[in-house]
Design a binder for this molecule. Structure first.
Ligand SMILES: Cc1cc2nc3c(=O)[nH]c(=O)nc-3n(C[C@H](O)[C@H](O)[C@H](O)COP(=O)(O)OP(=O)(O)OC[C@H]3O[C@@H](n4cnc5c(N)ncnc54)[C@H](O)[C@@H]3O)c2cc1C
Length: 499
């Protein structure tokens, strides 16, 4: 594997740590990142970090989707089982783009080139890439057919096809259609620009967001009173923190320009709170108040009028109805109203869904996500299929941080299935860990770590990075983690199957 940017990234990391008087090894140790070892090489730490199960299993494994989860799984499986035949179906040559960096591109902190990585730099030895799209799934006969008519059979299949950005579901954005985060999304950006909207959910969109944000700030600086509107849709999304992170960065950039007083910043989430976990919710509300942000819960963006620069939301709530004699309780009446909001800067987090060709196939589900036993990530019906990453029907699991825990579980369980036809109870289970590094300013991050039981992570298998620190506090050290450590950990650690 050629690590094009590794040296540059490590040099940047060393220089910032030097300023803080910390060595790279100490910083990594401090954060409990065993992945540090893969960058240092040759030490016992390195051996521990790269320790994978050695197996002589044989058979054909097909991976659908060569993004973060799919390519990391291919690499770890190759490290573990050299005789397994591995094929990855992935249509996009830029599928290994570093998506968490899109927020930083949108805030003007990184150029787009910082996050563009080529899939073919991450192909593990002896893994076949089929640059096509899987469109037909026949799990009863263990075959998949691609858009180019190639039929591929498998003994085991791993589904890691991510999530679709469904911009076209918003009235006024029909021409934008559907998109993936990686790849060429210039047409999507043209549609968004035509209505004066921005969105960091694609790399091209993130680059355009920074351009639009600068115009917004220039208007505020010129004395114009401007309105910034930020949305969060009514579907599950990847990286639930990103809709807020871009708002915090807009605020930081306005402050830098001395123009904050002329800008109103308003957040419209579909949900009824800032975060599913009370402590993080309270922390965010306090951060919003301190920054004079406005917010309106239970608002879902349904239409954009680009000519008049008006965003339309469906505001929804429930009211107490009549007393039900039989149930002995009050009925609930669902109410909605249309709310029209003028904007100068509109950041859209689009509705998201599982890819239709999978959602509507035998391996999908009513809601689209691939149904799995959440601890083992094995398909609910087909025992030779696993799913992980954004497409898996796992509560709150749509982050790279979750995928980092999941791919090791999948490889371990897959090897057990190949060797013995079952998954022993002793195999490590996925415990629902996820993480949201919430950028709250240029220089601070609140590292919200939690699990699917809606608990802040503590010790044991759900351990937080630095469990003795209050996770609801905004900290500079987490900013360093976000800016300098998470990318190498992802691009060189996970994608080589070791972190
Ligand atoms: C703006 C933004 C900010 C984020 N911030 C963070 C963060 O701070 N921390 C964090 O942990 N995570 C963050 N994430 C989320 C993280 O990037 C994703 O959760 C992660 O990339 C999921 O990996 P995946 O492999 O499931 O999906 P992806 O990496 O998206 O890969 C899915 C792949 O499947 C392919 N595919 C789809 N359909 C088919 C098909 N039919 N046949 C073959 N291939 C197919 C696609 O082409 C794609 O390459 C962020 C994401 C975004 C967009």
């Amino acid at each position: 594997m050629e690590n094009r940017n590794l040296q540059r990234d490590l040099e940047q990391l060393d220089s910032i740590l030097k300023e803080q008087g910390i060595s790279r090894r100490d910083a990594m140790k401090m954060m409990g990142l065993s992945s540090a070892a893969f960058m240092m090489g040759g030490t016992s730490e390195a051996e521990a970090a790269t320790e994978v199960r050695a197996s002589s299993a044989k058979g054909k494994v097909l991976i659908i989707g060569g993004g973060l989860a799919g390519m990391s799984t291919a690499a770890r499986l190759r490290n573990s089982a050299p005789d397994v035949e591995i094929t990855v179906i992935e249509p996009n040559p830029l599928s290994t783009q570093y998506q968490p960096g899109q927020t930083l591109v949108g805030g003007g902190l990184w150029p787009k080139s910082e996050i563009i990585y080529h899939r073919d730099d991450f192909i593990p030895s002896d893994v076949t890439i089929v640059e096509e799209k899987a469109v037909e799934f026949d799990p009863d006969n263990n075959t998949v057919t691609t858009d180019k008519g190639t039929k591929i059979s498998y003994d085991y299949m791993i589904v890691a096809a991510g999530i679709v950005l469904n911009y076209g579901a918003i009235k006024g954005l029909e021409a934008a259609g559907e998109a993936y985060a990686a790849g060429d999304n210039k047409k999507l950006v043209d549609v968004l620009n035509s209505v004066g909207a921005s969105s960091i959910y694609t790399a091209d969109g993130a680059e355009a967001t920074w351009e639009n944000m600068q115009k917004f700030i220039a208007d505020a600086k010129s004395g114009k009173k401007v309105n910034g509107v930020f949305t969060h849709p009514n579907t599950p999304i990847k990286c639930g923190g990103a809709p807020k992170k871009i708002m915090y960065l807009t605020n930081a950039r306005l402050n830098e320009a001395g123009a904050r007083a002329n800008a109103n910043l308003h957040f419209y989430p579909n949900g009824g709170s800032m975060f599913g976990i009370k402590d993080y919710h309270t922390a965010i509300v306090n951060q919003f108040k301190a920054r004079d942000f406005k917010w309106s819960y239970k608002h879902n963006l349904v239409a954009v009028d680009g000519v008049n620069r008006i965003a339309t939301f469906e505001h929804h709530w429930e009211e107490k109805g009549a007393w039900d004699e039989d149930l002995e309780e009050y009925s609930v009446i669902k109410k909605t109203e249309e709310v029209k909001v003028p904007y100068d800067f509109l950041h859209i987090t689009p509705p998201m869904k599982a890819p239709d060709e999978i959602a509507k196939s035998k391996i999908g589900s009513k809601k689209g996500w691939v149904p799995v036993k959440k601890e083992t990530l094995q398909h609910a019906k087909y025992k030779n299929i696993f799913a992980l990453g954004d497409i898996a029907a796992v509560p709150m699991g749509k982050t790279g941080g979750s995928a980092r825990k999941q791919y090791k579980v999948v490889v371990d369980n897959l090897i057990s299935m190949m060797e013995t036809g079952s998954i022993p109870k002793t195999n490590k289970e996925y415990a629902g860990y996820t993480v949201c590094p919430l950028i709250t300013n240029i220089g601070t991050v609140m590292l919200a770590e939690f699990n699917w039981a809606s608990k802040k992570t503590g010790s044991g298998k759900n351990a937080a990075l630095l469990p003795f620190l209050d996770p609801t506090q905004e900290r500079y050290i987490w900013w360093l983690l976000k800016i300098y450590l998470l990318k190498p950990m992802t691009q060189y650690g996970m994608l080589s199957g070791r972190a």
